[in-house]
Design a protein around this ligand. Structure first.
Ligand SMILES: Cc1cc2nc3c(=O)[nH]c(=O)nc-3n(C[C@H](O)[C@H](O)[C@H](O)COP(=O)(O)OP(=O)(O)OC[C@H]3O[C@@H](n4cnc5c(N)ncnc54)[C@H](O)[C@@H]3O)c2cc1C
Length: 504
């Protein structure tokens, strides 16, 4: 088996992986391993922006309040404090590394999104924030001699020594034998979320929950995995991933209507169209279950739409919808996971020398529901913490008895696609926007059957199955409704559950 030694292994080339690598570059040699092309990530797709309290009428304490309220009593206060306090400085760092946030009259233009009490969303190119940020980070990374990026390289497992210390990763790549990447100082998982577990999702095809499964197999603790955020407004046309209509469009005045033309959100929440995402998603789901279609009416923006949201405008036109005149058909879709690999404030997991950053990590900042535009921020802020901690570690020597054997990767693409389709359907039906005990039990049984069918060598499907199982088991355990987890059989939010976390 091929062996490569480096100081730091970073898995993933989204905002979390890239920023960790950039912060680490003066502390040693960094190897970024990424499953597809460098740009392929949810970070690249992000539209609306990144939150930071930099406006005149804003403050970190207001940002903190909005984050905690949206997280429905389940956030870790200390993590939230750290994130909102570090946000303005993190924005300066992004600017230093080349991001050009949109400006208006000599100041940063700040957008508004659901559940934010003030306008605090910085954006790039109107609605191309993720592409703007990741492109500039990638430019920096490519210029650094200390950073190497291996593309189309999939990490399938962690290497853990006989003392339980993370020493590296195992990878597979087309036309290469499996390779061991040994990390003298540590490994960072920045593999993103798991939207592709669901039939309807906004997430990139690479976002299949690998990091959760890899960490779990190695013995790391995960928690809060039942909390999935369903974005209310994906464009309702049949495609994977689904095209997102950013919440910022509602922030600019667009409203939801059902097929009778009714602006229905006032029936569901006092904040109407800017209510928290779980409430808007369930409201849409409810309208749809009554046989009504749902649309986003952005015609109030008129010709301003194309200037403010050029990417969304083009995306709609491609499907024959002109948002300046037509209502946009929308549907909820799986978008984000609030839980993940448990970490402390430095991104340290429960396995020594294994760190997690970004959507794959459970830092506690999102609680039961994420405030819009806080996830790019989480990745960017905690990347610095992870790098600072990792830089202080002494190099380790490698366990000489470490032996790894893996089945050959022999993939029948058609069978793989069919297994994925079945799994995604199951998750949508059994662990979707509205869950029940009987539905989850049936879902777990169906999942187990599927697990028995899929050979070990289908690493990605295996990861999807394991992550799906963890989500279903966590959802079954939580007998209440809170944020991104809604149980039809336990519809109330029960105060005693606010201190409970399903750790697995
Ligand atoms: C359409 C869309 C719009 C969004 N808009 C916003 C927004 O406006 N603001 C906001 O804050 N958030 C937004 N989000 C959420 C946000 O984009 C993500 O939560 C965030 O980008 C996650 O960053 P990350 O670095 O953790 O993971 P990602 O950016 O998803 O990157 C994961 C990386 O890991 C790699 N990877 C995965 N598994 C493996 C493996 N086994 N081996 C090797 N590499 C692997 C992938 O290839 C990828 O490079 C949006 C999400 C979507 C889908």
């Amino acid at each position: 088996m091929r062996r490569v030694e480096t100081d730091f292994v970073v898995v993933g080339s989204g905002i979390a992986g890239l920023m960790t690598a950039l912060y680490l570059r003066n502390a040693g040699q960094v190897t970024i391993l990424t499953k597809a092309q460098q740009e392929e990530s949810n970070s690249f797709r992000a539209q609306g922006g990144i939150a930071a309290a930099i406006g005149k009428d804003d403050s970190p304490s207001l940002h903190r309040e909005d984050t905690l309220r949206t997280g429905v009593e389940l956030c870790d206060w200390v993590s939230v404090d750290l994130m909102v306090e570090m946000a303005p400085k993190t924005i300066e760092q992004l600017v230093e590394w080349g991001t050009r946030f949109d400006q208006e009259n000599g100041h940063y233009a700040l957008g508004r999104e659901g559940s934010h009490s003030v306008s605090r969303i910085l954006h790039v190119g109107g609605d191309a924030t993720g592409a703007g940020i990741t492109s500039s980070l990638l430019r920096q990374a490519r210029q650094s001699e200390q950073i190497e990026i291996e593309t189309h390289t999939m990490v399938i497992d962690l290497l853990v020594s006989s003392q339980g210390i993370c020493q590296g990763v195992v990878t597979v790549a087309a036309a290469q034998p499996p390779t061991l990447y040994l990390a003298r100082k540590g490994v960072v998982l920045a593999t993103g979320g798991c939207g592709q577990l669901y039939l309807y999702t906004t997430n990139d095809l690479v976002v299949t929950g690998d990091g959760f499964a890899i960490a779990k197999r190695a013995g790391a603790k995960l928690s809060d995995m039942e909390f999935i955020q369903f974005h209310p407004t994906a464009l309702a046309v049949d495609q994977n991933p689904m095209f997102l209509i950013s919440e910022a469009v509602r922030g600019e005045g667009a409203i939801l209507r059902n097929s009778t033309g009714e602006a229905f959100m006032s029936q569901y929440h006092e904040w109407k169209d800017l209510a928290p995402r779980d409430i808007v998603s369930r409201a849409i789901y409810h309208e749809m279950s009554q046989g009504r279609k749902v649309y986003l009416d952005a015609t109030i923006l008129g010709t301003r739409f194309a200037d403010r949201f050029p990417k969304i405008y083009r995306g709609c036109l491609q499907h024959g919808i002109d948002p300046t005149k037509d209502w946009i058909p929308v549907t909820p879709a799986a978008h984000f996971i609030m839980g993940g690999i448990q970490t402390d404030l430095d991104g340290q997991t429960t396995i020594p020398r294994l760190f997690a950053c970004g959507e794959v990590a459970r830092t506690g900042v999102h609680g039961a529901n994420r405030l819009a535009s806080n996830s790019l921020l989480e990745g960017a802020v905690f990347a610095q913490r992870v790098a600072e901690k990792l830089s202080t570690l002494e190099p380790q020597s490698f366990d000489p008895v470490m032996k790894v054997t893996y089945p050959d990767m022999c993939i029948d693409k058609q069978r793989e696609a069919e297994w994925k389709r079945r799994l995604r359907q199951m998750m949508w039906e059994h662990a979707g926007i509205i869950r029940t005990s009987s539905g989850l039990i049936e879902g777990i049984e169906r999942l187990m059957e599927l697990r028995r069918e899929v050979p070990e060598s289908y690493f990605e499907v295996q990861n999807m199955l394991l992550t799906a199982q963890i989500i279903m088991e966590s959802a079954l355990w939580r007998q209440e409704s809170r944020g991104g987890h809604y149980r039809f059989d336990y519809p109330e939010t029960i105060p005693e559950w606010s201190t409970k976390h399903y750790e697995i």
